[in-house]
Design a protein around this ligand. Sequence first.
Ligand code: SAH
Length: 342
Amino acid sequence: MIRNVLDLLPEELNQCLLDIGEKEYRAKQILNWVYNNYTTDFNEMTSLSETLRNKLQNILSNSIPTIITKKSSNDGTTKYLLSLQDENNIEMVIIPNEKKNTLCISSQVGCARKCKFCATAKLGLERNLKTHEITSQVFLAIKELGDDKLTNIVFMGMGEPLDNFENVVKAIRILQHDLCFNFSPRRITVSTSGVIPQIAKLADTGLKLKLAVSLNSAIQSKREILMPISKTFPLSELKKTLIDFRKKTPYRITFEYVMIKDFNIGRKDVKALLKYLGDISCKLNVIKWNKVDDLPYETPSTREIDRFINSMNILSSAVTFRKSRGADIDAACGQLAAKNVH
Ligand code: SAH
């Protein structure tokens, strides 16, 4: 079986080389080309003999997605439309900040979770991304930004990462491995709509990372309307699982809350949210709903937003209002739909 070089942990690459009668140190050389010189093209790996380069073509593939379009927002955010080998498209977004550059990556083509307010949900699920289709988004972003510029990775693009559990976990291992991308665990955030069994499974892998949970309402009946997943995995169970997760990780869990006008920012919503978060050590990230065509929701006014955020300040957890970036190019949260029309 031919495997993609961005699919492999160093020990697996070693094994591939041993299998074709090569020495292990060759793996180190290849890793150096891929992760320090940012090339997956075997022909450019000039420290390897031509015979070996030809042999490699038979056991490894090196394809990476192609950038179809690249759109920059006035705020510096850049959205990339990428084409995969089977011609499915995904999106990734690079969000520069004063000291940080955050890459928002996709984990699936589309999504199965049907959240009512999200553009990706409208696509339905096409398929899971393979491991190398996840790691190659990071590879491409590093090439775009230049060495050492990419600081953070968030799994907040298209898809529900925990519905593509094995490939996402493998990708994170490659992202963190010191012979590969060498990202520190606290710079990688996986965001989930709340797939309880997989959160528990993630805790048991021992993998270090930051977890974010898209809450959007702390009232069970309302959350069920916004996020049908809540019918299967209710808020009460979610909380138990998260408390358990928190015991096994050094990092606080972040809750994300999309503010929707006349829906989830009233007095009852505040009360429920304060109660839900009051006894967990966590962070709360609130964000206003970004417009998505054909969806029946509205963004709250600045006054409504301020009122909601102020009412959250009594929480001991850190509350931040995340300014959505890239809304003018449909690159903001929940606006990713891989429209190939530009
Ligand atoms: N499926 C995962 C990963 C996607 S993250 C998850 O749900 O967490 C995408 C984030 O954007 C989620 O927090 C989601 O609640 C938020 N979101 C979706 N649609 C949005 C919209 N129209 N405006 C603002 N945020 C949105």
